[in-house]
Ligand binder design. Structure first.
Ligand SMILES: Nc1ncnc2c1ncn2[C@@H]1O[C@H](COP(=O)(O)OP(=O)(O)OP(=O)(O)O)[C@@H](O)[C@H]1O
Ligand SMILES: Nc1ncnc2c1ncn2[C@@H]1O[C@H](COP(=O)(O)OP(=O)(O)OP(=O)(O)O)[C@@H](O)[C@H]1O
Ligand SMILES: [Mg+2]
Ligand SMILES: [Mg+2]
Lengths: 155, 165, 155, 165
């Protein structure tokens, strides 16, 4: 069991470092076990260094940097152990336009092996959807769903 | 495996029956504030076995039943069904299509069904265990919680890696 | 002191209910003292009912509804007891386009008596600024600020 | 009263001296992720007397001093000045212009100045008390914290109303 955990951990670590550099356009990221001698019990440290910056503690990262780093970790796990379905509720809300574009690239890549259901208000994210559902409350308090044709939202 | 269909009846703001036919790849859900988008994400978590009313933004499990609006009365139960295309036998249970249904009544009584056959919550949790779906999973990220994994304490982050191994 | 607290509380309560109905386009909102007999110690309950919906507990409100209700309360306090300066860091990120427009109306109104410094990524919010500063990191890790002429951001 | 000028030196990512000339009304601050927008909001809270390093996203007060970048070394101190136009005598201290300055050194030593005259933190806290500015105030809303007032417990919400009365 310890062997299996360490194997998965190392694979996620590699993916995390690669995806982080992709979406941040550089910098470094790593995952470190608090106590490598005891892999089944110890905690996991996350280390992030955006490009051009000194290594900073996670708390000093900006709102958008934190969201992007967390997205990189989530998608690293998805690459190593894809779950069939993944539901993401407005995870792009703190990102600026350039980072939304990078996020969308990553989303397209992950969606080859995972079905992704994503709630969003950002136009760029909507445009990459294969299927799009609109939710309304024509009658107050009562939700209805309708499907939106690709030609209506893809520019 | 992918989710082929999601059916809601009486779940939170979904008073009438609503069916979503889904495709593999990226499925977008859009709309103004307060119309019920996150309620769809809650419906998925709930049908996959979520037991914490608080994680579903309520205080007791009956809070997921349509409570009524200014023009409609509340309902007596909520029901959500997930229909998975399992033709790749990802879930090793010998069916090409797997339907998971969960119901809760005002009384608090709950029902679980697997391909329309009554079962226990335990059966659904076992079905999903190790797939990344279900309760402890990393596969549902709630609104505003994306950076929770970064702010958690190191020992709390473990469960993410345990679930994946 | 109890008299002063109750007077301020009642004034904020009135403003909150009025602003809530403005930004939500209806519904009702109220502030209730846990124990009116002991105004200097007790807690404050917040009650919100978006238009067309039954009274719901605050936890059942959506992300955007919560942000809008909190904005209504903040601006209610600002109307009753304006502080000279107010700093708001991306408080509009959960709002949809229509709610950003209502928020901007409210912001213009409050800024008549309070100087508001607002960090935002939303275009509609930028357009209502009297002065706009851009922050950059041309040199990685080092922040610089430049001022943006109104004609460059007002459409 | 309004804030006329904000000057930063060595505060967080502001390695070089930066001055912002402000006007009454609405002042917008924009830019990509991670460039230092929230650091400006932190600078305001800090200069007005904030004592919690955690609320400034650090672990000790020296974390607000520019720590260096790949191309520059860290600095020895951080300094922020706020220049208020007080011609309406909102702050009843007989000056038309009020400048509040705060400095912190690597050693942890701190300095406070009121119109360039050294003073104590106490003097700055007293200056702002009851105005809605300063430490407990409702006048600074941090990123991601707008709905904190709704999720707080009823007894924790009191301080908002106490500050305003
Ligand atoms: N049991 C229930 N019965 C009726 N309505 C409910 C119930 N539970 C929640 N709601 C309503 O659902 C609405 C919230 O829906 P939801 O959180 O899905 O919105 P959303 O589309 O995600 O909005 P946002 O973009 O602001 O996040 C609330 O207005 C709430 O009152
Ligand atoms: N003491 C310090 N020395 C140098 N850089 C620092 C210091 N403290 C914080 N930073 C840097 O400042 C950056 C964060 O800035 P800030 O939080 O203001 O970004 P932001 O513009 O608000 O971005 P967002 O739009 O993502 O919220 C981080 O990258 C962090 O490394
Ligand atoms: Mg939502
Ligand atoms: Mg920020």
């Amino acid at each position: 069991c310890a062997k299996q955990f360490t194997q998965t951990f190392e694979a996620i670590r590699d993916e995390f470092s690669e995806i982080f550099q992709d979406v941040f356009g550089g910098g470094t990221a790593d995952l470190v076990l608090d106590d490598p001698g005891n892999p089944l019990e110890c905690g996991v440290e996350i280390v992030c260094q955006p490009p051009g910056k000194k290594l900073a503690s996670l708390t000093l990262l900006s709102g958008g940097e934190k969201a992007l780093a967390a997205i990189a970790l989530l998608f690293a796990i998805m690459r190593v152990k894809p779950s069939p379905v993944c539901v993401l509720d407005e995870i792009d809300s703190a990102l600026d336009e350039a980072n939304v574009a990078r996020f969308v690239e990553l989303l397209r890549d992950v969606s080859r092996s995972v079905q992704v259901i994503i709630v969003t208000h950002r136009k760029r994210t909507m445009e990459c959807a294969d299927t799009l559902f609109g939710v309304t409350m024509e009658e107050s308090g009562v939700s209805k769903v309708f499907s939106i044709r690709a030609s209506d939202y893809r520019l | 495996m992918y989710l082929k269909k999601l059916s809601l009846y009486g779940f939170k703001s979904f008073a009438g029956r609503v069916d979503l036919d889904l495709t593999p790849g990226i499925v977008g859900v859009v709309g103004p504030n307060g119309v019920g988008k996150s309620n769809i994400s809650d419906a998925l978590r709930w049908a996959m076995g979520e037991q914490s009313a608080r994680l579903l933004r309520g205080s007791k499990m009956q809070d997921v039943i349509f409570a009524g609006s200014l023009s409609r009365r509340g309902l007596g139960y909520a029901e959500v069904s997930l229909v998975f295309d399992n033709s790749d036998q990802f879930l090793n249970i010998g069916f090409d299509e797997v339907t998971v249904t969960r119901k809760v009544y005002r009384s608090g009584d709950a029902e679980y069904l697997l391909n329309s056959v009554p079962c226990r919550l335990r059966d659904i949790v076992d079905l999903f265990s190790g797939t990344g779906l279900g309760r402890e999973a990393y596969s549902v990220v709630e609104q505003g919680k994306i950076d929770a994994v970064l702010s958690a304490r190191p020992e709390d982050r473990r469960s993410l890696f345990d679930e994946a191994s």
